[in-house]
Ligand binder design. Structure first.
Ligand code: B4P
Length: 192
């Protein structure tokens, strides 16, 4: 199963993807994690990405498509994946389809996790205190939300128009949200 997780920053994509790995046995591909790991390693790409992430901007599409193409070409994703944080704009959505097409694959479902703005701002403020991520505080969060509404939100319609979109309410505990996701995937029997 090839799953794309969509949602605003702080909606729970990364949190849910980690739990879904245990339940579904699929690899988790997070572009945020790939970028932060590259930054920690101090590669030229990682350092460039860090300066962009810390401002709340999107990393350029060509960097992201190279990164995703390399990751999707590995053997462990042959039977599926949970993609978290990509695509983040329409160009990336089209690019993903082209890449999957070349591999003889396609997206099976896109899950949009819906959470209201106040709640995501509260969650990111809490994470800023706990983990010190530079992009989780103050004006940078507000900018990330603007970028999300302008560039990422249109991706929801892209998948809706292809009949692949399902919405899940992201309010409540992480376990409640996980059960809703497994339920839309018809996997809730395994969640008991
Ligand atoms: P990401 O790492 O994807 O950051 P994120 O959107 O904040 O999501 P994340 O998965 O970390 O957090 P979650 O909502 O699970 O991206 C970071 C940056 O990288 C982007 O801004 C961009 O600059 C760059 N980037 C990444 N992909 C890119 C792309 N494709 N193109 C260009 N640039 C790209 O969790 C947030 C917090 O909420 C956590 O503290 C969690 O514990 C909490 N939480 C989650 N669910 C909860 C619940 N139910 N209740 C209470 N708290 C909850």
């Amino acid at each position: 199963m090839r799953i794309v997780l969509l949602g605003a920053p702080g909606s729970g994509k990364g949190t849910q993807a980690k739990l879904m790995v245990e339940r579904l046995g699929l690899p988790h591909i997070s572009t945020g994690v790939l970028l932060r790991n590259a930054a920690k390693r101090g590669t030229a790409l990682g350092l460039k990405a860090k300066s962009i992430i810390d401002k709340g901007e999107l990393v350029p599409d060509d960097i992201m498509s190279d990164m995703i193409e390399e990751r999707l070409s590995r053997d462990d994703v042959a039977d599926g994946f949970i993609l978290d944080g990509y695509p983040r704009n329409l160009a990336q959505a089209k690019s993903l389809d082209t890449m999957l097409d070349r591999l003889g694959q396609s997206t099976d479902v896109a899950i949009q996790i819906d959470v209201d703005l106040e709640q995501v701002i509260r969650r990111l403020a809490k994470r800023a205190k706990e983990e010190g991520r530079a992009d989780d505080s103050g004006e940078v969060v507000r900018h990330r939300m603007r970028v999300y509404h302008e560039q990422t939100a249109p991706v929801i319609d892209y998948y809706a128009n292809r009949g692949l979109l399902t919405h899940v309410l992201g309010d409540g505990t992480v376990e409640e949200v996980l059960e809703r996701i497994l339920s839309v995937l018809n996997m809730n029997q395994t969640a008991a």
